[in-house]
Design a protein around this ligand. Structure first.
Ligand code: IPE
Ligand code: IPE
Ligand code: MG
Length: 236
């Protein structure tokens, strides 16, 4: 029987610094993205042993379309290729993969890869891996508000029925518990439109390590420090 890891931590990661990692080595920026994808592979494999049961990773933002087309195309191509190559291994590891973001704004090829990995892993009961792709926190909240309004108009619900829990179910992350930890690598200290609703009470970790240099040991160190923090949620 696979180990069910639903009791662990939810860690959200803003995987930043791929470009700088590559440029520092005289490589094209896309080499940093390639290496970054390999790191995702290692972190997914090591997360359950580090006490993590859900991992939500920022792969491509709604703002990243502002980059040169060549880089955007490469990142999306890398997503499709990575899904293809890792699918059997993810299934063997019992990882349940979901993609959060505005999928309608992605090509048919990327949407096909999303459907394939989600349906292939939907019944898995190990690590929850949520990949934020064409994701923006404001877009997510807007989409939820529109979906709720549509349900009201159709008579499926009414405004008085909306509380925080009900609203959360309209978000792309749905019923996943809120992240306990958010890590941003790459020495920047900002949220960059990631999980604006869900991070309300997350513990923040900003690390200088560039994403391609991130390891399971770095993750374990963060989890250890998290365990020393006291979360008050507004109480005493
Ligand atoms: C993060 O690395 C990956 C994406 C945003 C897709 P960057 O590409 O932002 O790397 P830096 O910040 O330029 O070093
Ligand atoms: C955030 O990184 C988005 C992802 C990691 C996918 P960026 O590199 O795009 O963020 P900014 O532009 O420095 O805020
Ligand atoms: Mg960056």
């Amino acid at each position: 029987m696979p180990v069910t890891t639903t009791e662990g931590l939810h860690v959200a990661i803003i995987m930043d610094g791929n470009g700088r990692w590559a440029v520092a080595r005289g490589l094209p920026r896309i080499a940093g993205h390639k290496r970054g994808a390999d790191v995702v592979h290692d972190i997914v494999a090591g997360a359950p042993a580090a006490g993590v049961s859900a991992l939500t990773i920022f792969a491509f933002s709604t703002e990243n379309w502002r980059r040169p087309k060549k880089e955007v195309d490469y990142i999306l191509h890398l997503f499709v290729k990575t899904v293809e190559v890792w699918m059997p291994e993810l299934v063997a590891q019992h990882v349940r993969v979901r993609i959060i973001g505005d999928r309608m704004g992605l090509s048919a090829r990327v949407q096909g890869a999303i459907s394939a990995i989600e349906s292939r892993t939907a019944q898995e009961c190990g690590l929850h891996l949520n990949v934020a792709l064409n994701y923006g926190g404001r877009a997510e909240i807007l989409f939820a508000a529109q979906s709720f309004a549509a349900d009201c108009v159709a008579g499926r619900t009414q405004s008085a029925a909306l509380d925080e829990q009900a609203f959360q179910r309209y978000l792309w992350l749905g019923d996943e518990k809120a992240p306990d930890i958010v890590v941003r690598t790459g020495a920047e200290q900002r949220i960059s439109n990631f999980l604006l609703w869900e991070l309300a009470y997350a513990e923040l970790f900003f690390v200088d390590t560039l994403w391609p240099d991130f390891t399971v040991a770095t993750l374990s160190g963060i989890v250890d420090e998290y365990r020393t923090r006291r979360r008050r949620f507004g109480g005493l």
